[in-house]
Design a protein around this ligand. Structure first.
Ligand SMILES: *Cc1c(COP(=O)(O)O)cnc(C)c1O
Length: 353
């Protein structure tokens, strides 16, 4: 029996360990010079604007909504095929979520349903799902604020630009399973200084002359140093992930399809999500992989769909329902060895319905 291949695993190098040790030796553990440096390097990576590093992607979403003055009585458009962190951030802001179905091919928010929607909306959260680009261009015509959720797409490009620079603000996560990680961590990026200043003011609660309710959503310098160290090898991470996805593409049997990344080699896959025609077929693929000791997961279970959590009619969200029931995510992370990649490819090639 071959050793088990995990579905995901972080990639920590000796440079990362050194970066964290240096912070420990410096005695500056709270938000400090390393967080500052991370913010500067990140803004530089984006090519313009400002970055504020925070405690998580969830906090980044809430802070972005808050800085855009979203609160009670406001309506936030979200894709139903998304992480429940989005719903949490909307409710934390006391706003109301309005859910939309996703596209069948790349799993991102259905822009046609959004542009045809006749009700009031105050902001749209567009998720670049598993690194796939959610088309922002048609959304911009609606003249509503847009938050790009880049928690799964750091490293993806749109043309030659890094993903996330098209909207009012973008949010990133550095949670343990993401493309780059500090264990926990998040970041808000914006071209508008007023937005990043509002966020800084909100999280810096100590020693303020005038009291307004604020909250500690800060990140520490150990985490920032770890994130910064990994950010420095983002190109390597990018090349490796794209390489692995290209290998799987070649091995994918004709009875299966996958989440489409139309801008191949500019979008960076966070997940490699295989699609079957029905539930039975995906069950079969899952047990085939299990037999070969390759760990795969259902990337988003049907019960996790946001409209299910809110008790809405599933028939209103046919694409998300179908995707949740017929997909499986294969191991995709930079630390996968060539041998492990070959094992996954062989498993795909030998799969029969
Ligand atoms: C992970 C994730 C979040 C939440 O980030 P945390 O750092 O875990 O709070 C939000 N949105 C998406 C799309 C994510 O994948």
């Amino acid at each position: 029996m071959h050793p088990s291949i995990p579905h995901n695993s972080p990639w920590i190098t000796s440079a990362d360990v050194n970066a964290v040790s240096k912070v420990l030796e410096s005695n500056w553990l709270a938000t400090g010079p390393k967080t500052n440096e991370l913010e500067n390097v990140f803004a530089n990576y984006m090519g313009e604007g400002q970055a504020v590093a925070v405690s998580s992607g969830s906090a980044a979403l809430f802070l972005a909504l808050n800085a855009l003055k979203i609160g009670q009585g406001h309506k936030v458009a979200l894709p139903t095929y998304a992480c429940s962190a989005l719903l949490n951030a909307v409710y934390m802001s006391r706003a109301e979520p309005i859910l939309f179905d996703c596209k069948e091919d790349n799993f991102t928010i259905c822009t046609d349903s959004l542009t045809n929607y006749s009700g009031k909306l105050d902001v749209i959260i567009a998720v670049h799902t598993y690194g796939a680009y959610a088309d922002i261009t048609p959304l911009k015509k609606l003249n509503i604020s847009i938050i790009e959720d880049c928690c799964q797409s750091l490293g993806s490009h749109v043309g030659t630009e890094p993903i996330g620079i098209e909207s009012d603000c973008s949010v990133f996560s550095f949670y343990a399973t993401k493309n780059i990680t500090g264990g926990y961590g998040g970041l808000v990026w914006s071209k508008t200084q007023h937005i990043t200043n509002t966020i800084r003011n909100y999280i810096n609660f100590d020693c303020c002359e005038r009291y307004i309710p604020r909250f500690n959503f800060s990140i520490g310098d150990m985490q920032s140093a770890l994130i910064l160290s990994q950010l420095q090898r983002l190109e390597t991470i990018r090349d490796r992930r794209i390489h692995i996805a290209n290998c799987y593409d070649e091995a994918l049997p004709s009875c299966l399809s996958k989440q489409i990344f139309p801008n191949k080699n500019s979008e960076m896959p966070y997940r490699y999500v295989v699609k079957a025609k029905n539930e039975k077929q995906i069950e079969k693929l899952k047990s085939h992989m299990q037999t070969l000791n390759i760990n795969c997961i259902i990337p988003l279970e049907t019960y996790e769909l946001l409209h299910r959590y809110l008790g809405k009619d599933p028939n209103m969200f046919p694409n998300a329902e179908h995707i949740a029931k017929t997909t499986l995510s294969l191991p995709l992370f930079p630390k996968l060895t060539d041998n492990e990649i070959a094992r996954v490819c062989n498993a795909l090639k030998t799969f029969r319905l």
